[in-house]
Ligand binder design. Structure first.
Ligand code: KG4
Ligand code: ZN
Length: 360
């Protein structure tokens, strides 16, 4: 029996420098070098700092991935790299390293869409068959996609402004909590009363699956300022209640929009009732639980890959690269970095571009 090709994946589209080796559905190694410390003084990812760090660290990440997988560079059959969407400097760093490796090793080069990497992850982790509905929720992305193949996606809707992870991060900043905001807001919310402050549920009154999260931070800011004006500051309980109210609003919007997206999806693919989530926000227990309940009620399979493969990583890029390679897709040295690259080329562009780059 011939082995599936050994694919080296590179990811550098935002603030994680990552390299991984994947053979078929086996992740032999997955190295993720985060950059939180480099950006923490600036309240967000600084594209130039990120790009420089990627350029400096990609070779270290590759060496580490090879060593953890116990393989030599010459054994690699193909090189897959995120060639968009994302912060242009970072994407360029990855593409240049991948081109160098491809020329040096005389092995095929495969440019991968970062969003496809996320969207195909449940096939890597759970062998999910096409088609399925995908909800991508992270610091940079928020969209519903029908996945039919490695290059065949239909977008049903997405955020028109901030991604939910961005809203969690901004909330944390407004309340003086640690970054990344998601885990700290979730921890506070566990101690809070979600009913004390009522936050808006944006766009629920509008048909369809588009979402908006930027108004939530304004509502939170107003509430916080009102408390400060009243009491001269925030108590521990105020903070917890604000977090709980905010998280409940995000959860309610995501679950109602998921209900609608599922209905649209099931009309098209009743034979394959399955939804998967990916992205950092998929780590949120309250959001996960709400989506799980929704799916249980409708006898829909719910897949949430393990967190290390839900957040940005290179194993998903290597895996998506393998699917493309199997479909005969390779690129030559004209492969370019694409800051914007929607998965569904036919869908109307969504508005907005967040701190982590274009929403695509
Ligand atoms: O997928 P990811 O690692 O990077 C991209 O944005 O592509 O997602 C990171 C985002 C951050 O905004 C972070 O605050 C959020 O995911 N996040 C969470 C949780 N853990 C991470 N949001 C809500 N609840 C969490 N437990
Ligand atoms: Zn991502």
């Amino acid at each position: 029996m011939t082995l599936p090709p050994l694919v080296l994946g590179l990811e550098s589209s935002c603030d994680d420098t990552a390299a991984a080796l994947v053979r078929g559905r086996d992740v032999l190694s997955s190295v993720v070098m985060g950059q939180n410390a480099l950006h923490s003084d600036f309240g967000g990812v600084v594209p130039e700092i990120a790009a420089r760090a990627h350029a400096e660290r990609l070779d270290t990440a590759v060496k580490q991935a090879l060593s953890e997988a116990d393989v030599r560079l010459t054994q690699v059959d193909a090189i897959a790299v995120t060639s968009g969407p994302g912060l242009i400097g970072g994407v360029l760093s990855g593409v240049m390293v991948a081109k160098g490796l491809s020329i040096g090793l005389r092995k095929p080069l495969i440019g991968v869409n970062h969003l496809a990497g996320h969207a195909l992850t449940p096939r890597l982790t759970d062998d999910l068959a096409y088609p399925y509905l995908m909800l991508l929720v992270s610091g940079g992305h928020c969209q519903f996609l029908i996945a039919r193949g490695p290059q065949d996606f239909t977008r049903l809707g997405g955020t028109i402004d901030d991604a939910p992870g961005e809203a969690f991060d901004k909330t944390a900043r407004l309340l003086g909590l640690a970054q990344p905001g998601g885990p700290s807001v979730e921890a506070e919310a566990r101690k809070g009363d979600e009913k004390r402050f009522r936050f808006p549920r944006p766009l629920l009154d509008r048909a369809g699956c588009d979402m908006s999260f930027s108004g939530l931070k304004t509502a939170l800011l107003r509430q916080r300022d009102a408390l400060v004006a009243d009491q001269g500051g925030l108590t521990e309980q105020d903070r917890a209640d604000l977090c709980a109210g905010f998280q409940a609003a995000v959860r309610d919007v995501l679950s109602e929009k998921t209900r609608r997206a599922l209905a649209l999806y099931l009309e098209e693919a009743p034979e394959s009732p399955a939804i998967a989530i990916a992205g950092g926000v998929a780590a949120n227990q309250s959001i996960r639980a709400a989506l799980q309940t929704l799916c249980d009620d409708q006898a829909v399979r719910f897949t949430a890959p393990p967190l290390r493969l839900c957040t940005d990583n290179a194993a998903m890029i290597a895996y998506a690269g393998s699917e493309l390679f199997a479909a005969g897709v390779t690129h030559d040295m004209s492969l370019s970095a694409r800051p914007r690259w929607p998965l569904d080329q036919k869908a109307a562009p969504l508005l907005g571009s967040g701190k982590k780059g274009a929403k695509a």
